[in-house]
Design a protein around this ligand. Sequence first.
Ligand code: ADP
Length: 446
Amino acid sequence: MGNVSIRWRMLVETSLLVILIASASLLFGVIGTILAGILALIAVVFLSLHLTNQFAEVTDGVIRATSIEPTHRLDPAGPAELARIARAVNRLMDRVGEETAEDFAERIRLASILDSMQEGVVVVDDQGIIESANPASIEMLLTAGDVEPGMQLSTLTNHPDVINVINRSIEGDRTVSAEIELFDNSRILRAVSTPFPRPETGAVRALIILTDLTDVRRLDTTRREFVSNASHELRTPVAGIRASAETLQRGAAEDPEGREQFLKMIRQDVDRMDKLITEMLELSRLESGESPLELELVSPSKLVDDSISQFMAVATETDLKLESTVPHDLPEVSVDPEKIGHVFTNLISNAVKWTPPGGVITLNSWVDERSIWFTVSDTGQGIEPEHLPHIFERFFKTDPARTQPGTGLGLAIVRHLVDAHGGAISASSTIGEGSEFAFAIPLGRS
Ligand code: ADP
């Protein structure tokens, strides 16, 4: 009986132990599972936080590279997919960078071409808003104040003809051109307006090219005036020759005295034509720079004395005193003696022509720190103040009827000869007292 109870107890104890072990292992299993679950959850949270950070870094990198700092590149670190994205973004930014740099360089190149153009270039949209206006256009239209893209066309110009050209070209969708006179700066412009659409919207805008025609027109006028003056100057001696020849033909040739007189008149007219042609050719050579200086070191007093000697006979004949007050000790100067001699010849011959008998013609010279000065003064009839600013112009004569002898080219040639030496000439005069022509040639020419 005792054995049975012992066995029974053992059985119960063993069963209890088994149950205990089983319950314990169940408990540990549950706890382990919970712990593993918690650990997995922590890992997932940690991982997703890490990934979120890396995504945020990539996003920040993309934002920085695309909008703040185009040279910024992403770090291709982290998970393979993120690294691939970073590398792809970097490649894209490299390409965009290259294209932007090319685009920028192209824009700079275009802007510098527009800035250095002599023609004015303006782009205006159909609402009259300026898209672009280069410096030449601003200068040509004499615009005061700044002109920036986005401003109204009226900030650039209010000239009705310019606005009209632009409006007609936009409305008619065709190129319109017009010659425009700007009265405030006496300029003549050609404005050509061509419509062209904006590629993105198709809205019409106009490209206006402005060309300054002022110099061309002025040259044209000068050329026309020159031809008209030259023809007029030639017509007088030609008419004289014709009249003398006809008179001779009608019988004057039979009379020795008459023949002599008319032949002399023909000779004078021929000389006049010859002088005119020679002076026109000389002026043309000087103006086109075909007459280079042949510089020599010469004494100013010798230059003046040589010129005076050519007029001594005529001065005595017309009872004029022709003298030099040039000091003999002036230093030698570097000039073209033939050309300066020609200046003196023209000035002295004018003085002789316009000074009544008994008058005095004086030549003087002096040196200051920069120039050698020469003056030719006379005690003649003088030049009206309103004529003084014009006497160096081609064909200018003080009498409108042009009955005076002379071509009106002498002083124009003088001015060119002095100009060629880098000098300047001016005239002063008092009616009834006389005139003085003064010119200065810079020193230090080799
Ligand atoms: P021209 O060959 O006709 O003399 P210039 O060009 O030498 O032409 O002179 C232009 C004009 O200037 C002359 O027609 C004359 O009216 C005036 N003029 C030039 N020199 C003098 C002077 N010394 N005194 C008065 N008038 C002068």
